[in-house]
Design a protein around this ligand. Structure first.
Ligand code: PLP
Length: 318
């Protein structure tokens, strides 16, 4: 069973909102971090919008009471049906990741007689210094397009008359424990925004993505929300449009726990095992990202005997 603290989650959103105070900034919660309906409803009550990457996430966000206009649609693989659904509900903004997607949005918007509002996802080619599987802002990654390609889109935007291309987006990776890569990527995006503005392209929205890391392991130091907001404030000083942030993990990871029971002890030939009723299907991060999660007894640990075990679950991977 997963247990989440509503007050702790509210505290997180409010802390981020406070840190961003003074900026015309909106929070677009990355639904992939936790798409549970109760979580989404709570975040909606706190005024957060949503960052989605599928039609399913779009429907969940709408069902939770998040206004379509407060939803942005990211992701490299949007299907025609998902694009059509997003246009039909009046989604706030597409974060476009490829030329093929831009063409598809143009075709589908034209067929429906509507204008799609869109940002280009820039791939700033910055090393986020996080796990390779959640590093998304290097040139070799599948995400976003180069600044050179984005420049060409803006210069030729009359080719896509039913797409209002007036925003920039980036997301360089997740579980960022240092703000240096964020600052570097923001600087590249800010320089590009200024270049576009000087060339006469109105930029209404800059979405800086998510990525703010959390502390999983003793000794790890997660960045502070205020420092993060200051980095945005500094890089985008003078920007007159709307700033969007897409945190996922930072809002929910540290406010929840997975509760599990010990089913039995097994003393094997070479090791001792503690077999739980939760397995890697309930908590995929260690096997997917080599992630560390503390395992702590629910009751008082003081005075108990200690022993070393391999802690395992009932699914069939070793
Ligand atoms: C486009 C986009 N925005 C935001 C996020 C959220 O990242 P995080 O949970 O690290 O804040 C992700 C995560 O993969 C993402 O792909």
């Amino acid at each position: 069973m997963y247990v989440y603290s509503a007050p702790a989650m509210r505290q997180r959103v409010r802390a981020l909102r406070d840190a961003l105070a003074g900026l015309d900034a909106g929070i677009r919660y990355a639904v992939k971090a936790n798409g549970n309906g109760a979580v989404l409803r709570l975040l909606a009550e706190e005024g957060a919008g949503a960052d989605i990457v599928s039609g399913g996430e779009l429907e969940r966000a709408l069902r939770a009471g998040i206004a379509a206009s407060d939803i942005v649609f990211s992701g490299v693989g949007k299907s025609d049906a998902e694009i059509a659904l997003a246009l039909d509900v009046g989604i706030g903004r597409f974060n476009i990741e490829s030329r093929a997607e831009l063409d598809a949005i143009q075709r589908i918007a034209a067929a429906r007689g509507v204008t799609a509002v869109a940002s280009v996802r820039i791939n700033p080619d910055v090393d986020a210094k996080t796990h390779a599987k959640i590093s998304t802002g290097k040139a070799e990654n599948k995400f976003g397009v180069s600044i050179a390609e984005a420049r060409a889109w803006f210069d030729a935007k009359a080719q896509w008359p039913d797409v209002r291309l007036d925003g920039l987006h980036m997301h360089i990776g997740s579980q960022l424990l240092s703000l240096d890569p964020v600052r570097e990527a923001l600087a590249r995006m800010a320089a590009f925004w200024k270049e576009l503005a000087a060339a006469g392209h109105a930029i209404a929205s800059i979405d800086v993505g998510g990525g703010l890391g959390v502390r999983y392991r003793e000794g790890e130091q997660a960045p502070d929300a205020r420092e993060y907001a200051d980095a945005i404030r500094q890089a985008l000083a003078g920007f007159g449009g709307r700033i969007l942030v897409e945190p996922g993990r930072w809002l929910v990871a540290e406010v929840g726990i997975l509760l599990t029971r010990v089913l039995l002890e097994k003393h094997g030939q070479a090791r001792s095992f503690l077999v739980l009723d939760a397995a890697m299907n309930d908590l995929l991060r260690p096997s997917l990202y080599d992630a560390w999660h503390d395992i702590v007894p629910v009751g008082a640990a003081a005075g108990r005997e200690t022993a070393v075990y391999d802690v395992v679950g009932p699914v069939c991977e070793t």
